[in-house]
Design a binder for this molecule. Structure first.
Ligand code: PLP
Length: 417
């Protein structure tokens, strides 16, 4: 569900023609729909209205501070995975008491930054990290609230690069070891306060059963902990709910909500969620201009001005993004073509053997569902300045990130000799 629609022959973002924005800010540019972001947040929030819960939008999905602020204004907390994300979160005005800090490799200065900011809790992913957090908290004379991220060993049935809850993945602590770690922390680490348990099993998950399986295992653990006198106040279910890129039929948040509520019924605690993709994925498009078309004896290519540095998902996961013309043209033939960028890599593509209406040079295309893991994964590879970002709200639009300049590309660089 999103608010990018054709009116007549033109693609609109809410009430604004996409062409108008592209003309003003140039291409490639990301365009986000405020109404879509808010709608997604509310649908998720609504799904859990009958139970105590806290939504912590996953900053890494789309970290622009204007996007974070949209969720913060809705009452959202934020899930961070680095000091840089904490900086963004605070700039966006989040209540630090609604921030959770995930990730396998938190550095001591990041832990210190988060403790000083007063975040809700750290999701701890190893024994050594437990020790590090205790040490830093001790040094600062603070107590650090922690949850242990448990790896429940369930198969989320998603792309292997984004499955995180299998034993072979680097994330979390194995269920069998988790109890030991909790007991160790309680008995030995005086600067920690155990408040939660966390289980994030992966991303772009389109079935309910992996979530339910993970919660079953987590529930057992919570029971064991209780027997040991450890009370869990926050159950962090993580993120991972998928979206429709192509023909996937992920569960609606309301159905996901029912399943999670059912699987956690009777536990007297606050549910925490870290949704990313489901909040922002379909709320953004990447607008690009066709530079050239060419035909070889084997194939047709549509060469556009966006590239894998702007949107890495197709190169990284071979993932599907719908590609739509920004202006519908009557009577054009359909062709089968690869839509590719200018970067010097064969992996620089947005679509392969895709049926599309033959575009002409200079025309605009919209790469759909690019609001999550789009700009936030972008880079300067091939010394390409990163794209502009625009947020549309009804009939207004704002540039929320300027296109980078050539000067930006070399900022911080010096020639020593
Ligand atoms: C990436 C990530 C998320 C968000 O995942 P989505 O699939 O975008 O919902 C949540 N929690 C953690 C720990 C993550 O690493």
């Amino acid at each position: 569900m999103h608010f990018f629609h054709y009116k007549g022959d033109r693609l609109f973002a809410e009430e604004i023609p996409v062409e108008e924005i592209a003309e003003a800010v140039g291409t490639p540019c990301y365009i986000y729909s405020h109404r879509t972001l808010v709608r997604h947040y509310r649908a998720f929030d609504e799904a859990f209205k009958e139970v105590p819960h806290l939504i912590c939008y996953s900053v890494k999905a789309n970290s622009n501070i204007a996007i974070l602020k949209v969720f913060v204004d809705e009452g959202s907390g934020l899930d961070i995975v680095s000091g840089g994300e904490l900086y963004r979160a605070l700039k966006a005005g989040v209540d630090p008491a609604k921030v959770v800090f995930s990730g396998v490799g938190k550095r001591e200065e990041e832990i210190e930054y988060a403790l000083n900011a007063g975040i809700l809790m750290f999701n701890v992913e190893s024994h050594q990290e437990l020790l590090a957090i205790d040490r830093v908290a001790g040094r600062l004379g603070k107590k650090a609230r922690i949850a242990i991220r448990v790896n429940p060993d369930v198969d989320p049935k998603t792309h292997p690069y984004i499955s995180t809850g299998l034993k072979k993945n680097k994330f979390g602590i194995e269920s069998e070891r988790a109890i030991e770690e909790y007991l160790y922390a309680r008995d030995n680490l005086k600067n920690l306060e155990i408040v939660g348990i966390d289980t994030h099993i992966g991303s772009q998950i389109t079935q309910i059963s992996p979530f339910v399986d993970a919660l079953k295992r987590t529930r057992e653990l919570i029971g064991h902990l209780k027997e040991e006198g450890i009370e869990i106040r926050y159950l962090d279910v993580g993120g991972g709910l998928g979206i429709t890129y192509d023909r996937e039929e992920p569960p609606h948040p309301s159905r996901y909500g029912q399943a999670v509520i059912e699987a956690t019924r009777g536990l007297d605690l606050t549910l925490v969620f870290e949704p990313g993709r489901v909040m922002s994925g379909n709320a953004g498009i990447l607008v690009t201009k066709v530079l050239y078309t060419k035909e070889t004896s084997e194939k047709r290519f549509v060469i556009v001005d966006a590239a894998m540095n702007d949107l890495a998902r197709p190169s990284l996961y071979n993932s599907y993004h719908a590609i739509k013309p920004v202006r519908l043209e009557e009577g054009r033939e359909e062709i089968v073509a690869d839509v590719v960028g200018p970067i010097c890599e064969t992996g620089d593509f947005f679509a392969r053997d895709r049926e599309i209406v033959r575009p002409e040079p200079g025309e605009l295309l919209a790469i759909m569902s690019a609001g999550a893991y789009g700009f936030s994964m972008s880079s300067n590879y091939n010394s390409r300045p990163r794209a502009a970002e625009v947020l549309v709200r009804d009939d207004r639009w704002h540039l929320i990130r300027e296109r980078e300049s050539y000067e930006d590309l070399i900022r911080g660089e010096t020639i020593p000799f």
